[in-house]
Design a protein. Sequence first.
Length: 640
Amino acid sequence: MSVTVTLPDGAELSVEAGSTVEDVAYEIGPGLGRDTVAGVVDGEFVAKEHPIEEDVEIEIVTESSDEYLDALRHSAAHVFAQALQRLHPEATLTIGPWTDDGFYYDVTGVELDEADLEEISAEAEEIIEADLPIERVEMSREEAFEYYEDNPFKREILEEEAAGEDPVSFYEQAEFRDLCRGPHVASTGEIGGFTLLEISGAYWRGTEENEMLTRVYGTAFPNESELEEFLERREQAKERDHRKIGREMDLFSVPDHSPGCPHYHPNGMTIRRELEEYIRTQNDELGYEEVRTPELNKAELWKPTGHYETFTAEGEMFAWEQDDTEYGLKPMNCANHAYIYDQQVRSYRDLPVRFSEFGNVYRNEQSGELSGLLRVRGMTQDDGHAFIRKDQIQGEIVDVLEAIDEILGHFNFEMEYVLETQGDNAVGSDQIWREATDALGDALESEGLTYAVDEGEAAFYGPKVGINAVDALGREWTIGTVQLDFNIPERLDLTYTGEDNAEHRPVMVHRALLGSFERFMGVMIEHFDGNFPTWLAPEQVRILPISDDNVVYAEEIRRELSDFRVGIEDRSWTIGKKIQAAHDDRVPYMLIVGGNEEEAGTVSVRDRFERERGDVSPSELREHLEGEVAEKRIEPDFLE
């Protein structure tokens, strides 16, 4: 029996059923066969030994492929585990996957600290230097259970993730053997740069009811130079960490009594308020009407839409029972907005109907996953839903994409677009999904936007365009999103009266211009390193009197600039110390005033980047600030 494999260029190849990825590569050409490391089969990253049993799309992975680094890091995780067990035979291994930045391995039965990592790293380097072959072997399920007689974690993997597989695959290098599907590189010597990064705790399977494990993070690269570049970026990221800058600038805190729920301090709230007002202006221009919906609802609200089942299954919903009725804190706003839409009889002339809300929502994230503003339990979504006719889809999506492009341009982000398609948890017919996915793709293409396709990653109710912002360190963050939804209107029986006087089903557009304010602010803080554009800065101007005799004149200048956020440094410090403090506080503009400036009715202007300008009048400065703030320019530019 033969099956058909489709290559990335669209060419088709007929091979015998049961042929491996590597066999397919040899069919294409002997050189490709020799170079094969792994494969991507119907979007899944698999080992080169993976059998092809049906018609599939396939991509051969070699050292020049993007996926090669994942295989290398998977092998590095095994190198760590081998080194650990050489030094600590009592250690019990659980799982050790690759990640976007490297790998981790969760272990138990051994206590580790930072000093241990140095010793384990040295042993790992010896394993790499030995260039040990990494080989795939098979074992019957019965043998595998016997092999892991004292490891309940591996046994659970055999029972659940590898249920029905017989034989099961292991990968071994010298004396080390680990239950694993792969893929891996050919030998440990392919790892050119290796380091262990840190230790943390993690619950088995990410569930707090399970045992707490020790998680060791590391990373690996094909060569040392790439590793050094990564470590340099990592140090830069530490310096830009939004939690560190948040403390330095007194922006926010996340206290123990509110885990995952940030508290905004006055400085942070100033930034957030500016963002809110800017997004309100954008919503007005897009035709959205602002609404407010409650955070507490009966759980019944989310059952017809599918949200209840999804969020409770994933453990993300806060829900409880009282008087035989189940309640919950809303994890999203769309069901509430659909309720408002359904309170009136709608005509085709009324559509689009658009609602926006800065809605507080809650997700029951695991404690170990919380991270400042970037991963929270309580957040405010910059949310919006449009109820439209099918003939309005193209225009609606294009308008939102253009708005997001304009907005993120004010923050100097590069942007990348990703189209997320139907996944295994999708609700609704395949035809509806194809129609919705094609509509999003058409809108992207009509704008001339290049986009990647992320197969199977859409939310359960509809395909999505994710807009990724690339920050100053080259990291990608999903910010804005646009989702097209035919399913919720169907499930909630939403209608409008058409031109033919018959009832029709609206289409629902879910969109967020910034995502959540929490996540966006965390990304923005790190992107700007706390040096916010003047329009966002908590303190836009600080006046620095040279002596106490100039404080009264400083007050006059502050009144002249009363439309802006202006402070006066009136402590009895030297002017040098005052300048340094304003620089450390990342104030965009410093105005130095002494006897000469007071006599001339001017100020001496300096910015946080150490640029200076001679004396100018307060009115000239005010006029410039008005333009800089109104146009939302990226950097202070009065001194250019």
